[in-house]
Ligand binder design. Structure first.
Ligand code: MG
Length: 389
């Protein structure tokens, strides 16, 4: 009995004295990459190692080699420094302090964009370490527990034609999804195609499934207002990213002119950009990508700012299951989670190869992870096979 207690207290001391020993950036890429919108063709994974033998996992969905440079780079001067240099030797439990240390050490290049996105990967890995050390899922560390499962939507690109989009819609409906999103090409080519794409999507889904449309940054405000009117008959749940992300005034004009929910946020980095979208742009649904926004530490603050304004939030995630799992922990930790984005296509990209766990929706819902930390592990064989840097 005494020996067991002594061993347990020695293990606790190892965790309490734990230090970060290295940060590893892993760039994965399929041998053949097509020039099309598909985020499963490469991935930038972050692994943080500690002297307690616990490692944490993170992901950054950005420009992979720019992120790698932002993390692996040397000390340059006090406001431009590789992020690994900033956190090695530190206590991985002090996540809020380390977040600010990374932000401060990188403020020239990292107030937004790739070098800011890089913070997300390390932050995510630190929460994974903390959860593994304490034997708790990240959502519990964040004080969550709002859901046992959460509704997700099948997220897809449009088919190449309106008719092909209708076929895709029927497929997702038959898989049990109660919400489906289509986005990007060929939306934006001309008015007739735009309207036909949405009409065929609605026809394919029938009347009972929610339909989201992701325009893909194609219009000015006036065109977006015209499309919002034209889409009214198809009963859209939200219209996503119709405008350039910096066109906050355009977002405001659009929001004031339509009753459709306007969704945006995946192009933003941290809180400041989201504040502009909410307060200047007057968007209705705040979309946060955990692998870009600064990680969990920043994402819970963004959700709070949205809650203060009476706005629901959803994740953005079009990459690996690491991103989806992170989103589930976050959505389970906040009071204003609306729905979870989920790519339902399987088998064609890195997504189904690089992690041991593959997520599947059941009747249009995803279950909350219950394992310590993020609850997702790399498939080392696949990592060795697809690692290019
Ligand atoms: Mg989108």
């Amino acid at each position: 009995m005494f020996r067991t207690a002594k061993r347990a207290s020695a293990a606790i001391m190892v965790i309490l004295r734990m230090k970060i020993t290295s940060v590893e950036t892993i760039y994965l890429r399929l041998p053949a990459v097509k020039e099309q919108c598909d985020s499963g063709q490469d991935a930038l994974i972050v692994r943080v190692h500690t002297d307690a033998g616990i490692t944490g996992l993170g992901e950054v969905d950005s420009s992979p080699m720019a992120v790698k440079g932002a993390i692996d780079g040397p000390f340059s001067h006090t406001t431009t420094t590789g992020l690994a240099h900033v956190v090695v030797g530190e206590d991985p439990f002090e996540i809020e302090r380390l977040w600010h240390k990374m932000y401060r050490a990188n403020i020239y290049s990292g107030r937004s964009g790739a070098a800011f996105h890089a913070i997300s990967g390390i932050d995510m890995a630190l929460w994974d370490i903390k959860g593994k050390a304490l034997g708790m899922p990240v959502w519990k560390l964040l004080g969550g527990g709002f859901h046992k499962k959460i509704r997700c939507y099948a997220s897809s690109l449009f088919g190449p034609t309106p008719a092909a989009t209708g076929d895709l819609a029927r497929k997702f409906r038959d898989q049990g999804f109660t919400a489906v999103k289509f986005g990007w090409d060929p939306m934006g080519q001309d008015e007739k195609t735009d309207i036909a794409l949405v009409r065929e999507a609605r026809k394919g889904l029938g009347g009972d499934v929610d339909l989201m449309i992701d325009a893909g940054l194609v219009w000015d405000a006036k065109t977006a207002i015209q499309r919002a009117r034209a889409f009214t008959d198809s009963n859209i749940f939200w219209l996503e990213e119709p405008l350039r992300p910096d066109d906050y005034r355009g977002y405001r004009k659009l929001s004031e002119a339509t009753h459709l929910r306007i969704a945006a946020g995946e192009e933003e980095s941290g809180r400041q950009g989201f504040l502009q979208l909410m307060d200047e742009g007057r968007i209705d649904v705040v979309q946060v990508d955990l692998t870009r926004c600064g990680g969990f530490t920043e994402a819970v603050k963004i959700a709070s700012l949205a809650w203060d304004r009476g706005l629901p939030v959803a994740n953005h995630g079009f990459t690996t299951y690491i991103n989806v799992v992170a989103a589930l922990h976050w959505l389970n930790s906040i009071p204003n989670a609306l729905i979870c984005e989920f790519v339902a296509e399987t088998g064609t990209t890195l997504r189904d190869l690089i992690t041991k766990q593959q997520l599947r929706a059941e009747d249009g819902y995803l279950s909350m992870p219950q394992e310590p930390g993020l609850g997702i592990d790399l498939n080392e064989d696949a990592i060795a096979r697809y690692r290019v840097s």
